[in-house]
Ligand binder design. Structure first.
Ligand SMILES: C[S@@+](CC[C@H](N)C(=O)[O-])C[C@H]1O[C@@H](n2cnc3c(N)ncnc32)[C@H](O)[C@@H]1O
Length: 208
């Protein structure tokens, strides 16, 4: 998938997601895991149209969506949400800027149209950059699909064979292992049969 591939779907994204996904309960579960409050700066990576986080803007200090798709970003009209065009592997933010980072239904898209053999490297580069911009005691929340489940197999077929998005789904324990290799400690909770949420903190450095 090239970086701005979601430009094609921007016009229909929100109506489809309102039909297919239980956005309100997803939002509530993310809120209860992340611990938002009026003092935190939030970054939503691959936040797209902001469908999920729009209502959060009044509850936190500041909120930014980073997404490569200009058209997805342009669908969000909330003046309290900053919209930045860019990719996770190269974010235009200073080190340790954010208290909470969200990647909801976006991590499996972080392949940028690369060949399958480069996916592991692309994912590692994403995690390094997420770690860089997250505060020392910050929280990273990733919501992803379990590739062992039938529902995810259907999503993968649709996204890769029909839409050609090059989506890369990691099993929950493989994602936690990747996170650990890149300096995070994580815990997981299931959101439904095929969706899991991984909450991660930066591991204390061995040299501290
Ligand atoms: C399925 S949408 C999810 C949007 C939103 N998080 C939600 O749950 O409604 C995936 C988003 O990931 C974005 N994306 C794709 N590649 C990316 C990358 N390398 N860095 C950041 N975002 C990316 C896409 O442009 C798209 O808006």
């Amino acid at each position: 998938m090239r970086e701005g591939a979601f430009d094609r779907f921007a016009w229909i994204y929100d109506p489809i997601m309102k039909l297919m996904r239980r956005n309100r309960s997803l939002r509530k579960r993310i809120e209860s895991s992340a611990g938002f409050n009026a003092a935190v700066s939030v970054l939503d990576v691959g936040g797209g149209t902001g469908l999920l986080i729009d209502s959060l803007a009044d509850k936190v200090k500041e909120i930014t969506i980073l997404d490569p798709s200009r058209k997805m970003l342009s669908k969000n009209k909330n003046p309290k949400i900053k919209k930045i065009q860019g990719i996770v592997q190269k974010m235009p933010f200073r080190d340790e800027k954010f208290d909470i980072i969200l990647c909801v239904d976006s991590f499996h898209h972080f392949t940028n149209g690369s060949q399958k053999r480069q996916w592991q490297e692309t994912i590692t580069n994403s995690l390094k950059e997420l770690k860089r911009v997250l505060k020392r005691d910050g929280t990273l929340i990733i919501v992803e699909f379990d590739p062992l489940r039938l529902e995810t197999k259907a999503i993968r077929f649709f996204e890769n064979k029909i839409l050609g998005l090059g989506s890369f789904f990691l099993k929950e324990n493989d994602l936690r292992e990747k996170l650990q290799e890149n300096g995070f400690s994580s815990e997981t909770r299931m959101m439904n049969r095929y969706t899991y949420l991984v909450k991660s903190k930066k591991s204390p450095s061995l040299h501290e």
